[in-house]
Design a protein around this ligand. Structure first.
Ligand code: ATP
Ligand code: MG
Length: 643
């Protein structure tokens, strides 16, 4: 049974038990600006777990794509990947522990066929100070399950992880832990604010007896040991309590939230402790073996890192992220650049993404239609970043070597205790001028055995702060007119936004009204009212109109008018109604000799002076995405590109 089958069977299993199968949320949380990525199945559903009713009912299931950038340092081990799918099922005040634990067991042992003797579990030991009792209920359910298959349900109190390392598994089957088995958003029961829900959880582990315990992780192995002998397959959270002024009370409606890694379950089904051996990973490794003429056995870590990072970057691209220097785009860039750098260890120094990314797309196309839909664009985005990076990589590495050599030279016996090693300012130059993510330089330094100066972090931060301050005096006084900055790129995209707005009205009709605009140096994003998906033909027409206007080299100018006159008889576009002052600035874009402007819109600016500036470097206007933003509102992302 391969990973695709397991995903399908899981969803069918819960569908047969009354669950609505819901689509995955994107990797970029749409409603939560506080986190960069969707990192669990629960995250997009938190509103419903907190009490709002879900349109699909009280029983839900899905396979949620997740990205945990915080796990990047674990990549290379046998079971962590930055990108993975979390199979999930939820009860919103519907069923409880009994059903959840029994269903999990039935699925994992009967549907998937895992060996019951190798399954171990943990439960919550209780918190005396907070007055929360031990979760004996879950433990009893597990006990009767284990007894039913003639397994001794021996219970062991571990209490703390350090303790666990000392006592080992002690031949137990059900282990009680404290904090580790308590779920709440604050992380710790004592830190929870009044009104906050939380609850115990029970984790399920699979033992791989052939993996020898590694004592560098502690004297004895135990279920939560990180040596990789036990692998956590899933976790059922029972949201049962609410914190009140008088301590913890039971919630009137209790939820179940289950999440289990598809990759890990698929590995267990293969009886492999290595998740890279499963059907949605191994073909990528095989392709790498072919390209590099090296084997996975001799180059395990590099191949794991490359496989993981490219899978993650591919899904980020599917979800609309492009490599950039901030936020999600930066993580994506970092993943891609790291993958490319690790490929050097395989002797692969030429472009190779055009060979790998299609392999990844093939693995997901059938199950995620958006992968099929976006395939060509995704490949294009990733290949482009590879090209850009390779151009700077060689130069950057040469520069790195120079810094490294001079750092080595300054390290003499006399200089002991004085500043030696590569400085934060060297690292900043590599970052700023050569596009080296900081982590890449640090890794490179580690690989080459070059020391970093003791104060490199402070120096680097200071350089960054200086740079930020510089760019702020460039961008001071912005956010007028919805702009995030005033670089020439911003101006171009701002002007393109006006052209596109008018073109949309020309093509779709005058019901199109702006609902939001967001401009970065990489793209424009524009939200507008329109009741249905804009067809590819309509998008093409819009693109053509914009490009035609760019080529006509419209002259861009502005004038101030009394607001009433501008919005009234002059018919300027504008959507902020009475939020305008007495007078407004209206931007006009008009072709030489024309009697009517193409675009006439209230706006704070700034813009370019002539639209042909948008076509510099052989560029043209291109819509890269059209999607729903909310009910009746569509969102378009567009770029100026030479491709
Ligand atoms: P671990 O201790 O192994 O890092 P976790 O406690 O971080 O796991 P949860 O947050 O409980 O895991 O996530 C639920 C499930 O998602 C886990 O039981 C595991 O199967 C899967 N999972 C979590 N992190 C990863 C990862 N980085 N790669 C693959 N699967 C993961
Ligand atoms: Mg983890």
């Amino acid at each position: 049974m391969n990973a695709q089958d397991i995903r399908a069977r899981y969803l069918a299993f819960f569908k047969n038990r009354g669950h609505a199968v819901i689509p995955r949320a994107k990797l970029i949380p749409e409603e939560d600006p506080t986190t960069l990525f969707t990192g669990s199945g629960m995250q997009p559903l938190i509103r419903y777990l907190l009490g709002e009713s879900h349109p699909a009912g009280t029983r839900l299931t899905d396979s949620q794509t997740c990205l945990r950038a915080q796990d990047i340092d674990e990549i290379g081990d046998n079971r962590h990947t930055t990108f993975f799918e979390m199979l999930g099922n939820w009860s919103l005040g519907d069923y409880s522990k009994q059903d959840q634990i029994n269903w999990f067991w039935e699925f994992i042992t009967k549907e998937i066929g895992l060996d019951p003797k190798r399954i171990f579990v943990s439960c919550f030991s209780g918190d005396e100070t907070a007055g929360i009792p031990k979760d004996t209920e879950s433990a009893e359910i597990w006990s009767s399950i284990f007894k039913s298959v003639n397994i001794d349900p021996k219970q062991v109190d571990i209490i703390s992880e350090e303790n666990g390392a000392k006592v080992g598994d002690q031949g137990g089957r059900i282990f009680f832990y404290g904090k580790k088995n308590w779920w709440c958003r604050a992380g710790d029961a004592s830190k929870m604010p009044v009104g906050e829900p939380g609850g115990p959880d029970t984790e399920m582990f699979y033992l791989f007896p052939d993996v020898a315990h590694d004592i560098s992780y502690g004297e004895h192995c135990h279920v939560n040991c990180d040596c990789g002998r036990y692998i956590e397959l899933g976790n059922s959270v029972f949201m049962e309590y609410i914190k009140t002024d008088n301590g913890f009370e039971k919630l009137p409606k209790q939820n179940v939230d289950y999440g289990g890694g598809l990759e890990r379950i698929a590995a267990a089904a293969l009886n492999s402790p290595d998740v890279y051996k499963i059907s949605v990973m191994w073909p990528i490794v095989q392709k790498l073996e072919k390209i590099s003429d090296k084997t996975y056995e001799t180059h395990t870590t590099s191949m794991r890192v490359i496989t993981d990072h490219l899978r993650a970057a591919t899904f980020l691209a599917v979800d609309g992220v492009t490599p950039s220097n901030k936020e999600q785009g930066y993580v994506m860039r970092r993943l891609l650049r790291r993958a490319i750098r690790f490929a050097f260890d395989l002797g692969v120094e030429q472009n190779f993404l055009q060979e790998i990314v299609p392999v990844i797309a093939d693995l997901y196309e059938n199950d995620f239609p958006e992968v099929k839909e976006q395939r060509e664009r995704v490949i294009e985005v990733l290949i482009k970043e590879e090209k850009v990076f390779r151009q700077t990589l060689r130069k950057g590495l040469r520069e790195f070597d120079k810094f490294a050599n001079s750092a080595k030279r300054t390290k003499t016996p006399e200089s002991e205790g004085i500043v030696t090693g590569m400085s934060g300012s060297d690292l900043f130059t590599l970052y700023d001028t050569y596009g080296f993510p900081l982590e890449l330089s640090a890794e490179e330094a580690f690989k080459q055995g070059v020391e970093l100066s003791k104060t490199w972090q402070e120096e680097f931060d200071a350089k960054m702060a200086e740079q930020r301050a510089r760019s702020q005096t460039a961008t001071k006084g912005t956010f007028k007119g919805g702009l995030g900055g005033q670089t020439i790129q911003h101006k171009k995209y701002h002007t393109a936004t006006h052209l596109m707005y008018q073109a949309l009205r020309d093509v779709l009709g005058n019901h199109v009204v702006q609902h939001g605009s967001n401009i970065t140096e990489e793209r424009l994003r524009f939200d507008f009212s329109h009741p249905e998906k804009v067809t590819p033909e309509e998008l093409k027409q819009v693109e053509d109109i914009v490009n035609e206007q760019i080529q006509k080299d419209l002259k861009v100018s502005f004038a101030e008018y009394p607001t009433e006159e501008a919005t009234g008889q002059l018919g300027a576009l504008g959507q902020f109604g009475d939020r305008y002052g007495d007078t407004v600035k209206v931007y006009k874009m008009i072709a030489d000799g024309a009697d009517k402007p193409f675009s006439f819109e209230i706006c704070g600016g700034p813009h370019v002076d002539h639209t042909l500036q948008l076509a510099e470097d052989n560029k043209h206007f291109k819509i890269i995405k059209e999607e729903s933003s909310s009910a009746g509102i569509r969102r378009i992302k567009a770029i100026l590109t030479a491709d």
